[in-house]
Design a protein around this ligand. Structure first.
Ligand code: T1G
Length: 704
């Protein structure tokens, strides 16, 4: 028997079941149908002594097919009942495992009687990251094999186990190096020869000891604190069912929990982000047959906080880095900071001493631009000033070898201008890292007007190598993320002038799940940084001709209230703890008086949310309309990976579809009417207007 994705053959009395559904052998409907029919064939062949299940390609089954969960007809039960059939065989069923054995793949393996794995195989239940739980007996089998505490830990965290750890935990039976099929056949023959009785995980007893009870109680308490993630509670209830109830009753509870989670907003949002992150890594447009350039060594100009953090990313990935500075002192400071960061990670047990040594050895310092002449990629991370950066770019244009890529880490300057300054704009790309650069996952890759296709392709590839989530942005002020921040900060300040307090605005925004409200965020990133951007924009004549525009941040800066580092900004600080500061209310009231702004005693939270979020969303849609960003999902990835937007809301564009585009447009129009629209703050983007008029969603929109 064989379909496109599953084949079965009888090889010398052993049934061989092969799954071949690239890239990751996900359990599509077709795979499940194929599995059912292969298992029926084995069932019918009474004389076949054992069954070996194995996979072609880079991995054993990495889980259910996530795309199939969108179908209203999706049901976990057909796969679960197949697992029950496998489990019930009297003849041994062997899973031979390699790659990433995840979710439904691990469930399939656990339903087999014997699991053999190659040494570098990894195991996990990552469903929680999709807002789900293992829906095909995983919450029932894993506690039986590995015990309740570890099962809970794995299912709640989604973390992976190495093969040795999985062996120690009782999840697999044997590790052997070799070809998975040959290993599976050898194991099958041995089990048959020795007449080893089949061992069914469903028949094992769950150890219900004090450790299990405590783990469940702790997990339930932790889940209770995160109501935005309903999967956590559902996982605890399902594992609890494994402890309290017979297997089939526990399985039914798990299936019901899964059904509810699958249609929950959180899971839909997280599934959207799963695909959005992977799609963002692809360059839009017709596939271009361009290879990437090779990057074996990296240079960084500027060993400040940014430069040092960027350097760590490359050293972490095993790529040698040279950091160039203008003085010994600056260089030593930069390298010292990197060393300190590594030592801190080692002290927390996140890195071994050898890892620290290996990484620091990959980092070299230099005062000489000449040491960049052999680098394949050079990133400038110097002071954010057009003249300074232009000078550095010009020098890099001369110093870097032909074919080397020159990248700028500017966050506010025009990448086209910097590209021209190098004299070789085709080699230039923007790499906008977020601070702290060694921690934040987001990387905006800025495609300038003359960036060569292979330079862009290399930037995307290198981003993945250093474990970043890359998103392409065109050239505009602030790129995708900071540009959308502009109306958000503008409305924050207007609300402060009108009588809202920083703590009220932050609380309203944090109630949506944002990691930090705008005032806390500004205090953390530095009021001086924000104010200088506004002042620079004013000098460049780029601000709206509105005398009230962002006057608060400028006043705080004048007063030296530069945020957390100054222990005063929108808040006053005790250490890192922000405390409401009546002085800020006075500052805002004085400014409001000077600027003739009427203060109100009550500003509803809903107004705060609408004014900040709807204008941010409108800007995002405008960015799509202008082609600065390719896809709504890209914008969502920027905000969830770089700006603390709650992943369970899927990002601002996904959220816009949930709110309804008409509702957003009508609300903007409403504010335009009641507040006046002299400066165009409330003008819906043309794309928003046309989508709203047609009742279309961003999720189904594409530029072409
Ligand atoms: N379903 C559909 N597509 C998948 C997929 C999946 N489970 N996993 C990966 N892909 C696609 C992905 O979109 C990309 O496509 C390509 O494969 C390579 O992925 C039934 C309910 C396996 C560790 O959550 O963690 O089982 O972009 O770029 O870095 O009860 O993919 O090339 O078109 O990520 O080498 C549980 C999710 C599902 C695993 C490989 N399983 N996948 O990483 O490659 S729920 C997961 C991953 C479930 C059961 C329950 C990773 C990976 P494209 P990639 P990678």
């Amino acid at each position: 028997m064989s379909t496109n994705v599953v084949s079965y053959e009888n090889c010398g009395g052993i049934g061989l079941l092969l799954i071949s559904n690239p890239p990751v052998n996900a359990l599509s409907t077709e795979v499940i149908t194929g599995l059912r029919s292969a298992v029926s064939t084995f069932e019918a062949e009474g004389e076949t002594k054992a069954l070996v299940i194995y996979c072609k390609g880079r991995t054993f089954v990495a889980g259910g097919d996530i795309a199939s969960f969108e179908s209203p007809e999706f049901d976990t039960r057909p796969f679960s009942s197949l697992l029950t059939r496998l489990d019930a065989f009297q003849r041994p069923v062997i899973a031979t495992l390699h790659g990433t054995v995840l979710g439904g793949g691990l469930e399939l393996a656990m339903a087999c009687h014997y699991r053999i794995a190659v040494p570098d195989a990894r195991f996990g239940m990552p469903e929680v990251k999709l807002g789900l739980l293992p829906g095909s007996q995983g919450t029932q089998r894993l506690p039986r094999l590995a015990g309740v505490p570890l099962a809970l830990d794995l299912i709640l965290s989604g973390r992976f186990l190495s093969a040795p750890d999985a062996l120690a935990a009782g999840i697999i039976d044997e590790i052997v190096d070799g070809d998975p099929l040959a290993l599976g056949i050898a194991a099958a023959e041995r089990l048959v020869r020795t007449r080893t009785p089949v061992r069914r995980s469903s028949a094992m007893k769950v150890v219900a000891d004090a450790a299990a009870t405590q783990a469940l109680a702790r997990a339930a308490a932790a889940a209770g604190k995160k109501p935005a993630y309903p999967a956590l509670g559902a996982i605890v209830r399902s594992v609890e069912a494994a402890v309290m109830l017979p297997f089939d009753e526990g399985e039914e509870i798990e299936a019901r929990e899964f059904d509810q989670l699958r249609v929950s907003g959180a899971s839909k949002a997280l599934r959207h982000l799963f695909f959005a992150e992977r799609t963002a890594a692809r360059i839009a447009g017709p596939p271009q047959a361009v290879g990437a350039r090779e990057v074996r060594s990296v240079g960084i100009v500027g060993a400040g906080t940014m430069g040092g953090g960027i350097a760590m990313n490359f050293a972490n990935a095993g790529i040698p880095v040279v950091l160039v500075e203008t003085s010994d002192e600056a260089l030593e400071r930069g390298l010292g900071m990197v060393r300190k960061n590594y030592e801190a990670s080692a002290a927390k047990g996140k890195l071994s001493a050898e890892q620290v040594q290996k990484r620091t050895r990959l980092l070299k310092g230099s005062l000489d631009y000449g040491s960049l002449s052999n680098c394949d990629l050079v990133i400038e991370a110097v002071f954010e000033s057009l003249q300074v950066k232009k000078d550095v770019c010009a020098r890099l244009g001369e110093t870097c070898k032909p074919g080397a890529i020159i990248a700028t880490n500017t966050s506010t300057l025009d990448v086209n201008v910097l590209a021209e300054a190098t004299g070789r704009p085709a080699d230039v790309v923007g790499l906008h890292f977020f601070s702290p650069a060694n921690v934040m996952r987001l990387l905006e890759v800025v495609r300038a007007a003359r960036t060569a296709p292979d330079v862009l392709a290399t930037a995307m590839q290198i981003a993945r190598r250093i474990n970043k989530v890359p998103v392409i942005s065109g050239v505009c002020y602030g790129f995708i993320g900071n540009r959308m921040l502009e109306p958000y900060m503008r409305e924050t300040e207007f609300l402060l002038l009108e009588g809202a307090l920083p703590q009220q605005i932050d609380a309203a925004i944090e109630s949506l799940g944002m990691a930090m409200g705008p005032c806390r965020m500004s205090d953390l990133s530095g009021i001086d940084i924000g104010a200088k951007v506004v002042i620079g924009q004013a000098e460049a004549g780029a601000l709206p001709p509105d005398p009230n525009y962002r006057v608060v941040v400028r006043r705080l800066f004048e007063l030296g209230r530069n945020g957390q580092k100054a222990q005063a900004g929108y808040y006053r600080y005790e250490g890192r703890t922000p405390l409401p500061d009546p002085a800020v209310a006075t500052i805002c009231a004085d400014l409001a008086r000077q600027h003739g702004i009427v203060r109100r005693s009550v500003i509803p939270d809903q107004e705060i949310i609408q004014r900040l979020m709807y204008t941010l969303i409108n800007e995002g849609i405008q960015i799509l309309d202008e082609g600065i960003s390719y896809r709504p999902g890209d914008v969502d990835v920027v905000w969830t990976a770089g700006y603390g937007f709650p992943d369970y809301r899927g990002g601002p564009m996904f959220m816009a579809d949930q709110i309804g585009l008409s509702e957003i447009k009508d609300t903007l129009d409403h504010f335009g009417r009641v507040r006046g629209n002299e400066f165009g703050y409330w003008t819906p983007s043309n794309l928003l207007k046309s989508l709203a008029a047609r009742g279309q969603r961003l999720g189904s929109w594409s530029k072409d």
